[in-house]
Design a protein around this ligand. Structure first.
Ligand SMILES: NC(=O)c1ccc[n+]([C@@H]2O[C@H](COP(=O)([O-])OP(=O)(O)OC[C@H]3O[C@@H](n4cnc5c(N)ncnc54)[C@H](OP(=O)(O)O)[C@@H]3O)[C@@H](O)[C@H]2O)c1
Length: 327
């Protein structure tokens, strides 16, 4: 089958090639992939790709072959899924616990923008605790995660100051409920009860200096790739007694907290807490279907343009998600 294969040259990160057909485990359905999205973290891995690894964690399409163990949706069902890899292809194997069924109202292209960014935003919301009326500083806000988080959090009364260097990329955040969009953390006036930091470099210390006393800074990314230097005394600028918490969506609590498999069963499947992504994906799908979540899709291109989308994403030229369409 046709798939996007890593080239090892990040300036043209992937190209069409032939890949082996998926060999599903008992609990995996084979999906005909109709659309997928590209995420920043995947582009990092493409800089030095592992042998035999194929990218692709966000897919939407139709079930071609249901799981052999009888779990999951029937053939012909439209679904969105979050496989561990190999999704930028004509067909992909997806664990049924990582699938959600799509209603007619949610088209496949829109659904493909949901998994990684939407799951991260939803789980960040859960990690943040009660936020109604609270003041939040959100850096790196113009990507997929930032748009989802802004709409979800402002919908329950949070007051969000979003940071985006691009005026055009920041505009939609205001429609989705951000109180203000500033071009630089230095322009944000605190103090903030909660800081969500995903840029790294000088952004994190500047954001930390705006934390309210006893506030929480959740550190969930480093888009700039620049390590952070922290100064103990920054806490005294505002956030005395504040905390910094590292966040990884794969280890963050899912919807219901039930255990649908042990960590050992899941192996390196990216959700070591022991539960699939399907329940949270279903939450996101329902929010979209009922008009309460509006995926911001900056580009929708034919999948032949995947390498170009990766370049644009890395160069901060895309607002929200980048979706590639295979059919
Ligand atoms: N911890 C987790 O579990 C988890 C899960 C998913 C994603 N993430 C991370 O969360 C962040 C947001 O994800 P996303 O998919 O929404 O990313 P994205 O679409 O790539 O957006 C990241 C944004 O960061 C901003 N940015 C500021 N300084 C930058 C710099 N020096 N280089 C590159 N970007 C810079 C850019 O916005 P402006 O140009 O508008 O300022 C960019 O749009 C990323 O860092 C990602 O790796 C973490």
């Amino acid at each position: 089958m046709k798939a996007m294969l890593p080239t090892g040259d990040i300036s043209r990160a992937v190209e069409f090639g032939e890949a082996e057909e998926p060999e599903p485990r008992e609990d995996e359905a084979v999906i005909t992939v109709e659309a997928y999205s590209v995420n920043r973290g995947e582009t990092f891995r493409l800089e030095d790709p592992l042998r035999r690894w194929l990218p692709g964690k966000d897919v939407a399409g139709t079930v071609l072959r249901p799981a052999a163990d009888g779990s999951g949706p029937a053939r012909g069902t439209r679904v969105v899924g979050h496989p561990p890899a190999r999704g930028w292809a004509q067909r992909a194997a997806v664990p049924t616990r990582d699938l959600a069924v799509l209603p007619d109202r949610v088209d496949t292209t829109t659904a493909a923008a949901l998994p990684l960014a939407g799951l991260t935003a939803l789980r960040l919301l859960r990690a943040a605790g009660p936020i109604a009326g609270r003041r939040i500083l959100l850096t790196g806000a113009s990507g997929g995660v930032g748009h989802y988080f802004t709409e979800l959090a402002s919908g329950i009364g949070a007051r969000i100051t979003a940071v985006s260097a691009g005026e055009e990329r920041g505009r939609r955040l205001l429609d989705l409920g951000a109180t203000e969009v500033v071009p630089d953390v230095e322009k944000a006036e605190g103090p903030f009860d909660l800081v969500l930091e995903s840029v790294g470099g000088t952004s994190l210390p500047a954001a930390l200096a705006r934390l309210a006393p006893e506030g929480l800074l959740i550190w969930f990314g480093q888009a700039s790739r620049a390590p952070v230097t922290l100064n103990f005394f920054d806490f005294f600028k505002a956030g005395v007694g504040g905390s910094i918490r590292h966040f990884d969506y794969t280890r963050s609590a899912p919807s219901h907290g039930s255990d649908r498999g042990s960590s050992a069963d899941l192996g390196n499947r990216g959700n070591r807490i022991g539960c699939g992504y399907g329940d949270d994906l279903a939450v996101l799908v329902r929010l979209v279907a009922t008009g309460r979540l509006h995926p911001e899709i900056g580009i929708r291109h034919d999948w032949s343009r995947t390498a170009e989308a990766i370049t644009d994403l890395r160069a901060r030229r895309i607002r929200g998600n980048a979706v590639l369409i295979t059919s």
